[in-house]
Design a protein around this ligand. Structure first.
Ligand code: AMP
Ligand code: MG
Length: 481
């Protein structure tokens, strides 16, 4: 293929030791159709939207410079260690953007690979549209995330509980290096392989660390730092990932793997949507400690290279991991200050925030709308009519009066910290249903448009703030579909 599309691919990952990947072309599909193309992402990658068709985005054609691979990795799934790898994803290359950045271009649903473990290597249209919408919403919420360039349908059915239309999502990521990639290297490779991988990750994501006294310790500390920041961001908007296995935690600090994820409506730390998470391991309130657990696995995987002496290595790793809860708390509290319009720091802020959350839980308040109402100074739910809330509000008002910044500045801070719209589950489902069952993408387009500026508080967003109709069935999401 010629290159009027603007592909400018490199394949730096393929220079790692051979065990880290397998050469694997995407498996062609019967009749690919381009359904959704993200023009903004395409442009930022230096791709010419007018030239883009279903050929490359389905894997039927390969762009110039592409040398596709499936990546090897391992991971703890619900606490159990497994050998995994890209079972239904093919990395077609790393696009070098006009501004000199490097992004992985991966076809999710691109066909079976040596890591498919009996799976079909394919994906369904509904789940790929879901990933498209939620990853875009996360980006607009200013949360680091992989992005979605396109969704194509394959013209081939896939079989789950029912027959579904097959689809491929083009995922754009700072990289697909995962905690599980390091677990793979540490468990199955030689120390030199692990070191090569760490050097690669440092160069790609933390180049300033290459000159550090102990680059691998620096690397560990920085990954922990980025994940602490990411977890705080998830918690502050009520995002529940749903499957925080170590293979789904990136080294770059981007959110990855939109499977059973969903946003919480009613505030309750025990909220779980994933149908397979019966124990609530990945419940909303467990996400920060689980991230700490995953990072401990990451630290373990780096033990052979952190220091020449085993005991010293262990101590460095432990100290780094112990920082995580503190870093997370600090990020979270700063974020909560923003949500409450607090522009400076006071000792009692944590207690103030926690008391509000306690009342929200007790009154089954909607997470997003409670903060939205506080921002708009509206008292429109049961919570706001309780005397306990009145007391809390008095305390909050006194707290705000003690800061030197104006009420206006405080309100602005709240508006930029509290999204007025999130991709609510019933809206996401409605959009998927229209697309899958009626070939009608307009519902999704409207939702994506409304989510483009979640902090706008614009009139068109109003109807998207409405809660789902009461249902006697809890909302459920599914993995690997
Ligand atoms: P996930 O739950 O998406 O994180 O995936 C866990 C593992 O299962 C990864 O190794 C995936 O590549 C693999 N996997 C998920 N779905 C499929 C599928 N349809 N075919 C082959 N492998 C899959
Ligand atoms: Mg995964």
């Amino acid at each position: 293929m010629g290159n009027e599309t603007g592909w400018n691919l490199e394949n730096s990952y393929s220079r790692l030791p051979g065990a880290f990947f397998t050469r694997q072309d995407p498996i062609p599909v019967r009749s690919p159709k381009l359904l959704v193309l993200n023009g903004e992402v395409a442009e930022s990658l230096g791709l010419n939207v007018a030239e883009m068709g279903a050929g490359v985005l389905s894997g039927n054609d390969l762009p110039a410079g592409s040398a596709p691979i499936a990546q090897a990795y391992a991971g703890h799934q619900f606490g159990h260690f497994n050998m995994l790898g890209d079972g239904r994803a093919v990395l077609i290359g790393e696009q070098m953007t006009p501004s000199g950045e490097r992004f992985d271009i991966q076809l999710k649903g691109g066909g079976p690979t040596p890591y498919s473990r009996g799976g079909d290597g394919r994906a369904g249209l509904g789940p790929m549209l879901r990933e498209y919408m939620i990853s875009e919403a996360m980006h607009r919420l200013e949360i680091p995330t992989t992005r979605s360039l396109a969704v194509v349908t394959t013209g081939e059915p896939i079989y789950r509980e029912t027959e579904q239309e097959g689809a491929i999502l083009t995922r754009v990521a700072a990289s697909h290096l995962r905690v599980g990639t390091f677990q793979f290297a540490s468990r199955f490779g030689e120390v030199d392989d692990l070191r090569a991988l760490a050097d690669y990750a440092l160069k790609r994501h933390y180049p300033e660390g290459l000159d550090a006294e102990n680059p691998y310790l620096y690397f560990l500390q920085e990954v922990i730092q980025r994940q602490a920041s990411l977890m705080a961001k998830w918690q502050l908007v009520g995002f529940i990932h749903g499957v925080m296995n170590t293979d789904n935690m990136t080294i770059s600090g981007e959110t990855i793997d939109y499977g059973p994820c969903a946003f919480m409506d009613t505030y309750d730390p025990k909220t779980v949507f994933s149908s397979i998470d019966s124990q609530g391991r990945y419940a909303y309130g467990n996400q920060p400690p689980i991230a700490g657990w995953d990072l401990a696995r990451f630290a373990e995987s780096l033990l052979p290279i952190l220091h020449d002496e085993q005991e010293e290595s262990l101590k460095l790793a432990q100290d780094a991991v112990l920082e995580f809860p503190k870093l997370y708390e600090a990020h979270w509290l700063d974020g909560m200050r923003g949500k409450l319009g607090l522009l400076n720091r006071e000792e009692g802020d944590l207690d103030l925030a926690e008391e509000l959350l306690r009342l929200m839980k007790e009154n089954r308040a909607d997470f997003t709308n409670t903060f939205r109402s506080l921002t708009l100074d509206k008292g429109d739910s049961t919570l706001f009519n309780t005397s306990e809330f009145a007391q809390w509000k008095e305390r909050w008002n006194e707290r705000r009066a003690r800061q030197k910044e104006s009420d206006d500045a405080s309100q602005k801070r709240m508006q930029s910290s509290n999204p007025s719209v999130i991709p609510r589950n019933h809206r996401v489902e409605e959009a998927i249903q229209a697309a899958v069952e009626e070939d009608d993408l307009s519902v999704m387009d409207r939702l994506v448009a409304v989510l483009k500026n979640p902090y706008a508080y614009s009139p068109e967003q109003e109807e998207y703030c409405a809660l789902p109709a009461p249902s006697d069935r809890p909302y459920r999401t599914f993995c690997g579909t």
